[in-house]
Design a protein around this ligand. Sequence first.
Ligand code: 13P
Ligand code: SF4
Length: 360
Amino acid sequence: MPGQIIPIIPRTATMELPLPGSIGRPDYAPGERAELIARIKQLLKEKDAVLVAHYYTDADLQMIADETGGYVSDSLDMARFGNEHPASTLVVAGVRFMGETSKILNPEKRVLMPTLQAECSLDLGCPAEQFVPYCDANPDRTVVVYANTSAEVKARADYVVTSSIGVDLIRWLHAQGKKVLWAPDQHLGRYIQEQTGADMLIWQASCIVHEAFKAEALKNLKELHPDAAVLVHPESPKAVIELADRVGSTTQIIKAAQELPNKMFIVATDNGILYKMKQAAPDKTFIEAPTAGEGATCESCAHCPWMAMNDLRNLAYVLETGANEIHVEESVRKKALKATQRMLDFARDHKKGVLGKGNA
Ligand code: 13P
Ligand code: SF4
């Protein structure tokens, strides 16, 4: 039956948020920030390294990537860029699955991360020990996993996707009569199921950042700003997606902010994206979508605590010492490569566009 829900809530004991005080921009001593930025730029050259950062990381890291020939993007393009760039060391500022994806695609390169503690609730919510037997119990289904998963989970998959190509890939599988087992994001899975009509078994993990967006408060904000367009990442709950003018990956909603005629946008994704959004559309105004319910004290805290663990100090440290190298066991890597390479091939062969209303 289309849109079936897997009847388990996989949560692991390891799903702990970073300790208070271990996240957010550090209090730099006077002159320290400028000194670190200069040192990192120098070290990137000396070590034949390139910095690949996600949109949700600190603005300083995004700025360094931009100014040193590195790259700031969504998880699909980070993988693609790292795969195509000639540097012998890739420094991936993001969360662990992003570093692992780079290593899966580039075994000959050294892949470093500013921190190895940066997890993702989707990855944690889909442990391979539970996922593999579930796939084995459903042998008639094509296994499609979101990039936000461990190398072991990718190794059991037929395809890896990111939010920028999820709808396109599953529509393509559906057209071939394939039934899908989808993991781990329940909201993205349901969104894709609704867009494509595919027969999908949907794993029940979620993103702690996007799940916090509140539809009622967003409705009220829309009423206050009737001319604003609402941009939503599809990891958000259904009621929030229903209020969207555009739904898409991080890159796709930045594009939407440039292309739509509106002068104001309400943005339902991690607020790290605002650095690039403001660069892409400097004449427009952006408001963070509310994560607090009515009467709560903070309007929005939409920031991934794990992405926030990447900072100038740990970036300089790994470049200096070679610490925090990502390793993926070779037999796992080889299996995970198949499904991950299919993602890059599919993205290359099929035109991707902004997902969702008016564009699906
Ligand atoms: P993107 O693929 O859109 O960059 O999303 C990755 C992610 O972790 C979103 O929370
Ligand atoms: Fe994972 Fe959500 Fe953080 Fe993205 S924002 S890395 S999906 S926890």
